[in-house]
Design a protein around this ligand. Structure first.
Ligand code: AMP
Length: 277
């Protein structure tokens, strides 16, 4: 496995193997990331993983500085998973000058996660476009854990006609249902016990929808109220269309419930797809 720090060395390394598949990450790898690598591996001769904590996608009061950085462990996990190239650029490689050109995901930037985290998706889309130009993969794998991010990047690739297949991967969860996330380690022991409630509520909401209840607003409000009763501060819980994350019509059958809530100072997100027949 090659660990590469510069764009120049990356280009040289990948010239030999242009057939590559890409898994972008912010590091602190866990089983969710490893699943993306497992999906990537059989698709190309060369699997490239990037580890880069992208300042551009963090708000001024967010956790950029304290985001867990565990490079040695990440390398070990990548090696064990059969990764060929780990790209670990420092900030000067990705942003050698102020990034004055950005990708603006318009509609999606301003709803749900975008509303709660202004400029977040512009930061994500901009860095992913840059990484795509550096790695030049034929496919890239993204987790549905970050559902809106997946939709933003899928649409970016389509609208800019990038020759890259975006492949979504299911959310990997702990045995109690909590979606794996690098941010889970911010939780205290007590909070970690409480954290699976978020997914449990999404499941309850899905069951209500599948049982025929169409009072979407009431279902959303009840979900948020239940979180609040247990000490959470919900940002949103919303039932949306899978295709574009807009509010559905009564005829929509492919839905997703997206949620974000704070437990103490830790902000967790999760979602659950719901198929109605
Ligand atoms: P991150 O390092 O958090 O930026 O995530 C890198 C990639 O891993 C993104 O495509 C995430 O959606 C994906 N990912 C993170 N956690 C999970 C999980 N629990 N299950 C599946 N994919 C995940």
């Amino acid at each position: 496995m090659d660990v590469i720090h510069s764009v120049a060395a990356l280009r040289e390394r990948l010239e030999r193997v242009p057939n590559n598949v890409f898994v972008p990450t912010m590091g602190n790898l866990h089983q969710g990331h490893i699943q993306l690598i497992d999906i990537a591996k059989p698709r190309a001769a060369c699997t490239v993983v990037s580890v880069f904590v992208n300042r551009l996608q963090f708000g001024p009061r967010e956790d950029f500085e304290r985001y867990p950085r565990t490079l040695q462990g990440d390398f070990d996990q990548c090696r064990a998973a059969g990764v060929d190239v780990v790209f670990v650029p420092d900030e000067r490689e990705i942003y050698p000058e102020p990034q004055t050109f950005v990708v603006e995901p318009s509609d999606l930037e301003h709803i749900l996660e975008g509303a709660a985290r202004p400029k977040h998706f512009r930061g994500v889309a901009t860095v992913v476009l840059k990484l795509f130009n550096m790695v030049r993969p034929h496919s890239a794998i993204f987790g549905k854990k970050d559902y809106q991010q997946y939709i933003v990047l899928r649409d970016m690739v389509r609208q800019f006609a990038l020759p890259i297949e975006i492949i979504p991967a299911e959310t990997v969860r702990a045995s109690d249902g909590l979606a794996l996330s690098s941010r889970n380690q911010y939780l205290s022991v007590e909070q970690r016990k409480e954290a699976p409630r978020l997914y449990a509520i999404l499941c309850k909401m899905r069951d209500e929808l599948q049982a025929g209840n169409r009072e979407i607003q009431r279902i959303e409000l009840e979900g948020m109220a239940e979180l609040a009763r247990h000490g959470w501060r919900p940002d949103y819980i919303a039932v949306r269309r899978q295709a574009d994350l807009q509010e559905g019509t009564p005829d929509d059958t492919h839905l997703v419930i997206v949620a974000a809530a704070r437990l103490g100072s830790t902000r967790l997100i999760d979602n659950l797809e719901v198929e109605l027949c």
